[in-house]
Design a protein around this ligand. Structure first.
Ligand code: N01
Length: 543
């Protein structure tokens, strides 16, 4: 079995698959290590009922191949998880990707050998592989976060995490089900569980803002419209902050009359989807402006939910709308009007413990057959921290990032030569259509590898000074927004002991991409490039 490669890629989600495609284009020998038994990354694992994307399917797909984007047909405005997984498999088949992917192989460590300048990747099953370059395509929302609830291990029923749902069908009908968590996953799974359960208890700690998705079948005229000008539309999307072609308001919410503002919110509510918060330019910058949108949504919740006490509990008041990832739902709030659904407020009735047959919150015991944990992810850095990554001079990534992740452009981190990260901390990643972010990062990495190869360079590494400058820029960009006003996974505060640092870059896709392109055009400014033992930005003269 071959164990030496030019490049090893960790993860066969959308990032890893495209990185493999680009590595082959460069003529590199490549290996992808993947924990799962198939491609798709987060879409392989998140199989819970109701799982679907909140970016429109005509946009949530690769743009790199015209033939691929023309031939693939999406059936709904927002694709369901099974359809996205089918698409990922289609891509893997079309480009014969599987032959370079080792499935059921979890990378447990990645160690850089200084002398040989080689990365050694080891897997759970004791295999070792070696490569000059390593790319972490491990995803931002791939490390499911199980809550630390006393007694959870004693529960005699079934426990499922939305982010790690079984591949076999789960029998949910006629069961007493408890859901913990009311983020995007909880908001999607609750209406589906309610249709099947004998009784559904939703244990809510923090209510969330959600906008109706208004999902519907894609009509052929809409599809044809997109496909006639796909390339132009993709370019236009890349010029938008989230990398999504959308209708972005340019006025301040406070500069228009209350009547006009209401009409605009009504229009967006009726259209559906997360574009609601793009109604005005200052909704994520100014608390008063934000308050107008938040109050509109709270009012809508009160209109939908018939029991005023339940409606009150579901109306978020503790964070600005959009400061946590906004959700898109199908009948979430109306589900609480069903007789077989009970909302349990964990703030008033704190979760005490789980025992063999259920859960106690406050002084009340709830008998359950099934627990559904919709408790989210150790986001952005979680999948990386599950791998022992060791760089130069035995520096571990965990040590280096103990006070928060430091990267240059989200792409590399000093002390770890030849190690690239796709959609790493400090890149726009989760604030965008992530497939756009993935393609842009992978294209940049591929361009960088081509540059290094033509110069016979041995290593590339982010300079500590460039990294420091970038991290300060990322922090300053976030400070000017309302994102820091919420306790969210963007900040890592959902994970005990994780440093509270705002991880994604809020500057938007065009600004970020421009910086990445400038760095590239400026001979990889801020990166140290070495050939043999010499520092060789001077090597450029050879080219
Ligand atoms: O996770 P979350 P998610 N006791 O972290 C609660 C993407 N995504 O999987 O807020 C009680 O948002 C926690 O409560 P609190 C999307 O980017 C996209 O739902 O900490 N409750 C919260 O309610 C999304 O933002 C799609 O008080 C506990 C919930 O669990 C991201 O993934 C679909 C608890 C976690 O919410 C993450 O979403 C799904 C405890 N001990 C996901 N621990 C789409 O494309 C946690 N909670 C539509």
């Amino acid at each position: 079995m071959t164990r030496k490669f030019d490049i090893i890629i960790v993860g066969a989600g959308f990032a890893g698959m495209y990185m493999l495609y680009k590595a082959r284009e460069l003529g590199l020998s490549a290996l992808v290590l993947e924990t799962a038994g198939g491609v798709g990354g987060t879409w392989f694992w998140n199989r819970y009922p109701g799982a679907r994307c909140d970016v429109e399917s005509m946009q949530y797909s690769y743009s790199f191949c015209e033939e691929l984007q023309q031939e693939w047909q999406w059936s709904e405005r927002y694709a369901s998880q099974p359809e996205i997984l089918k698409y990922a498999n289609h891509v893997a088949d079309k480009f014969y990707l599987r032959r370079d992917i080792r499935f059921n192989s979890r990378a447990s460590s990645a160690i850089f050998h200084d002398g040989e300048r080689v990365w050694q990747l080891s897997t759970d099953d004791g295999e070792h592989y070696y490569a000059k370059w390593c790319v972490m395509a491990t995803g931002c929302l791939s490390a499911a976060q199980r809550p630390n609830i006393p007694g959870l291990g004693t529960f005699k029923g079934e426990i499922y995490h939305t982010g790690n749902w079984p591949q076999q069908p789960v029998d949910l009908s006629g069961r007493k089900i408890g859901v913990i968590g009311t983020g995007s996953s909880g908001i999607q799974v609750v209406p589906e569980l309610a249709k099947l359960a004998k009784h559904l208890y939703v244990f809510q700690r923090t209510p969330n803002f959600s906008i109706p998705a208004r999902n519907q079948p894609i009509d052929s005229a809409y599809e044809a419209e997109w496909k006639q000008s796909y390339a132009e539309r993709r370019t236009a999307a890349r010029n938008m902050p989230a990398g999504i072609l959308s209708d972005i308001g340019t006025n301040s919410a406070l500069a228009v009359s209350p009547e006009d503002r209401l009409a605009e919110y009504e229009r967006r509510w009726a259209a559906g989807g997360t574009g609601f918060t793009a109604a005005y330019s200052d909704l994520l910058k100014n608390e008063d402006a934000n308050g107008t949108a938040a109050e509109f949504v709270r009012k809508k919740i009160r209109e939908v939910v018939t029991d005023p006490a339940v409606a009150n509990l579901l109306a978020p008041v503790d964070h600005p709308i959009g400061s946590k990832r906004i959700c898109a739902d199908t009948d979430y709030f109306a589900t609480f009007n069903r007789q077989n659904v009970t909302l349990v407020d964990l703030r008033a009735n704190p979760l005490q413990e789980v025992s063999e047959h259920g859960l106690t919150a406050g002084s009340q015991f709830y008998e359950l057959d099934i627990f559904v944990l919709a408790t989210g992810f150790d986001a952005i850095t979680g999948a990386l921290s599950k791998i022992d990554i060791v760089g130069r001079q035995a520096l571990t990534l965990k040590e280096k990032w103990q006070d928060g992740p430091n990267t240059y452009l989200g792409l590399m981190t000093s002390g770890f030569p030849n190690l690239f990260i796709v959609t790493g901390p400090g890149s726009p990643s989760v604030l965008t259509n992530v497939i756009v972010a993935i393609e842009d990062n992978v294209n940049w990495i591929a361009g960088c590898l081509a540059y290094l190869m033509t110069r016979d360079a041995q290593t590339i590494e982010a300079m500590a000074s460039a990294e420091q400058g970038w991290i300060e820029h990322v922090g300053q960009a976030a400070e000017g927004t309302l994102y820091t006003k919420a306790k969210s996974w963007y900040l890592g505060v959902n994970v005990l002991g994780k440093p509270a640092v705002f991880m994604p870059y809020v500057g938007g896709v065009p600004a970020y991409q421009k910086i990445c392109e400038e760095v590239e055009a400026d001979s990889y400014r801020g990166f140290d490039i070495h050939a043999n033992r010499d520092s060789v930005h001077s090597l450029q003269v050879v080219a």
